[in-house]
Design a protein around this ligand. Structure first.
Ligand code: CDP
Length: 226
């Protein structure tokens, strides 16, 4: 790969398909920036929840994002997300924030604001970005587009185990699965920039693949085009 060439890798797909794990490893391997766009929608949801605003209230949430300040910093190769100057990275992974993020992500005013920030980062450096609309909307000219999927049972199992590892023991497998099903439906059916596979994206079903296999496959695809 020509290391001077600016590249962008878009990784989209439903919750629990492994996007962030894979994107982080690819970014380390290629020494490029990783941008977790979901964290931005999660931060908007956190702000609404803290102010007792219903995350489905489009009017109130749109007002809320008018003067929101979201910053992404990379500290020790780790993405930290700042909401109005506060590092909220450790507060945005709760089930309540997950559902809230999917709700605020339906609102066009929210998306327009987040996409502006995402495109600005991609215009400055090589990135691997994960989300729902990166290949279809945020970076339509991305160097490589991947659409990562896995069966609902496998995705729920992965997310459930991830939460157990983080010490979250009060959410059952069934609840995790229902949360994912709710978000899949909400994310795929919204009018503005829904979760969808870009026509030129390569779909990888990771149900029976381990992390190393997925990373090797994607690195091979990058080698082929760069
Ligand atoms: O990690 P996980 O797949 O559970 O979710 P996430 O990537 O952190 O995204 C949280 C929510 O933000 C998703 O359910 C989407 O509704 C929304 N999102 C979006 O609409 N567009 C993106 N580019 C990224 C996330």
């Amino acid at each position: 790969m020509d290391s001077n060439k600016k590249i962008s890798i878009a990784i989209d797909g439903p919750a629990g398909a492994g996007k962030s794990t894979i994107a982080k490893l690819i970014s380390k391997k290629l020494k490029i920036v990783y941008l977790d766009t979901g964290a931005m929608y999660r931060s908007v949801a956190l702000k609404a929840i803290r102010q007792n605003i219903d995350t489905q209230d489009a009017k109130k949430v749109s007002d809320l994002v008018k003067d929101i300040n979201i910053e992404v910093k990379h500290i020790n190769e780790e993405q930290r997300i700042y909401l109005d100057g506060e590092d909220v990275t450790d507060f945005i992974r709760t089930p309540e924030v997950s559902i809230g993020a999917s709700n605020v992500a339906v609102i066009p005013e929210v998306r327009i604001k987040m996409v502006e920030l995402q495109r600005d980062i991609a215009s400055k450096c090589s990135v691997v970005m994960d989300g729902r609309d990166i290949g279809t909307y945020v970076l339509p000219n991305a160097t490589l587009k991947i659409f990562l999927t896995a069966s609902i049972e496998e995705r729920a199992k992965r997310r459930y185990n991830e939460q157990l590892l983080k010490g979250i023991t009060n959410v059952s497998y069934e609840e995790v699965k229902n949360d994912i099903l709710y978000r899949d439906k909400n994310d795929s059916s919204r009018a503005f920039a829904p979760l969808a596979k870009a026509e030129d994206a390569i779909e990888l079903d990771t149900t029976n693949m381990n992390i190393d296999e997925v990373v090797s496959k994607i690195l091979g695809l990058i080698e082929d085009i760069c």
